[in-house]
Write a protein that binds this ligand. Structure first.
Ligand code: AMP
Ligand code: GLY
Length: 453
């Protein structure tokens, strides 16, 4: 099999690394990839990002399975484009990806299907939004509607912060948030509790949960400083007890998949529910992401023992049957791959994923100036050679004449397995300390919540 992974982050490096371990796989391409995927002898970087060019290339190369990492190509309809041409791809359609790409869509969806979430209202009119804040007071949460690369949420601890956020998001200036021409904010009730990342693989009907995980969103130790995409993560998350796990499946994941199917937009792909877990053991869904988390993927992939190719082939099986049915109806089965017709993959809900019992922990090393204005070009040295139980997943890096250079905000995620979380943490930091680039920023306390649990 030839496999294509779309994306260039640490999540995609970890996905491609895991997929390449499968005996079924001949080659794994990463488009466009990064310095780490270039360094890995089992992976091949492909300098393409355009959705149509990727689809044409996948057809020409007879790619068996494509896996989409980030949200942007999903919101651009990469899955629709591939499926339209009979290609097997794992991810939600553009319409289904609205669960992440539009806060207004996902909040209305949750309310309609009685999925527990924070109370909210959505506004296009700034005056009405200011009124709402006056009425409800602080703390309160203001969210820009649209893809904002993690920058569209302001947790306002004072009403002044809330008013400023509304002025910024609805003020008509370019905020960097991608929306459909009409700026909109969702204002919601502030929830208190502990967050966890709950991620499943879905085939549109059923799903299988991945190992639990928690990330650290703030830039600095003790959860200080600005919000980021994530400065580190570990798996499992002790806050997700078996009871919470069952509740998350029952109250959030299952009704979401059922609701999407009933609404005529079946959701297949990785589905990530950001959970807020209160002291009393109640859970609410803060948000959906239509993809794996980054950096959550890195520790999760380190722990996955099951062949990920099998899991994703099972998850795309029904999609492929639908494509075959379509082609047979059109009397044009020439487009479908005849090897695929005879291959039988178990149903997704018949799979039991096997996890390394050891915890895994990943520490992100970010560029100088991250998250506001990451600096590029710093030279990365001290990268270790491959060793058991530690992987340096790359994100914002490239290779220039054999040297590794910083190209983006989050540069590396050093991820280790350990007999205990403490041991995983020590091993990860022992490697972090040997890696150098000017201005590198990393937290020294990744895992503290689980260690104090
Ligand atoms: P989101 O992109 O919606 O997940 O928001 C980003 C982060 O903002 C979350 O991970 C939380 O830390 C925080 N957040 C979002 N919504 C709320 C809320 N209603 N109450 C408290 N914190 C929130
Ligand atoms: N680490 C959070 C996210 O991927 O959205």
């Amino acid at each position: 099999m030839k496999i294509l992974v779309i994306g260039s982050g640490g999540r995609e490096h970890a996905l491609a690394w895991k997929l390449s371990q499968s005996d079924r796989v001949q080659s794994v391409y990463v488009a466009p990839g990064n310095g780490g995927t270039a360094r890995d002898k089992n992976l091949i970087n492909l300098p393409l990002t355009d959705v149509v060019q990727l689809r044409e290339w996948a057809q020409k190369e007879q790619i068996t399975l494509t896996v989409v990492g980030p949200e942007a190509p999903l919101a651009l309809g990469v899955v629709d484009e591939f499926r339209k041409h009979g290609l097997r791809i794992f991810g939600p359609t553009r319409e289904a990806a609205q669960l992440e790409s539009s806060k207004a869509f996902s909040k209305a969806f949750m309310v309609r299907h009685a999925i527990p979430t924070a109370r909210y209202e959505s506004f296009t009119d700034a005056l009405a939004a200011h009124d709402y804040v006056l009425k409800h007071g602080a703390p309160i949460v203001i969210k820009a509607d649209g893809l904002a690369a993690g920058k569209g949420v302001v947790v306002a601890m004072t009403t002044q912060q809330a008013h400023d956020a509304i002025d910024f998001m609805l003020g008509g200036a370019d905020t960097g948030v991608q929306h459909n021409g009409q700026a909109r904010v969702v204002i919601e009730e502030f929830l208190e509790g502990e967050e966890a990342s709950f991620i499943v693989v879905s085939d549109g009907l059923s799903s299988v949960a991945l190992a639990t995980c928690q990330d650290h969103k703030r830039l600095q130790d003790n959860d200080q400083g600005p919000n980021t995409g994530g400065m580190g993560a570990y798996s499992p998350a002790p806050v997700v007890t078996p009871q919470i796990h069952a509740k998350a499946m029952r109250e959030i994941i299952n009704p979401t998949l059922k609701g999407m199917a009933n609404d005529g937009i079946p959701y297949s792909g990785f589905l990530y529910a950001g959970l807020m877990i209160t002291k009393a053991g109640d859970i609410k869904c803060l948000e959906f992401n239509c993809r794996l988390g980054d950096p959550e993927t890195q520790p999760i992939m380190m722990r996955l023992k099951t062949d990920l190719v099998d899991v994703l082939m099972s998850a795309t099986q029904s999609q492929l049957s639908a494509i075959h049915a379509l082609h047979t109806k059109d009397k044009d089965s020439s487009k479908s791959d005849h090897h695929e017709k005879t291959a039988h993959w178990p149903a997704l809900d018949a799979l039991e994923l096997d996890w390394d019992r050891r915890p895994a922990l990943g520490v992100v090393m970010a560029a100088a100036g991250y998250p506001q204005s990451p600096r590029k070009g710093d030279v990365i040295t001290g990268l270790p050679s491959d060793q058991a139980d530690v992987m340096v997943f790359h994100a914002g890096s490239c290779t220039v004449d054999g040297a590794y250079k910083v190209t983006g905000g989050r540069v590396l995620c050093v991820t280790a397995l350990g007999g205990t979380l403490k041991m995983a943490q020590q091993l990860a930091y022992s490697v972090v300390e040997k890696i150098h680039f000017d201005g590198a920023q990393y937290r020294k306390d990744i895992g503290y919540r689980a260690l104090n649990h």
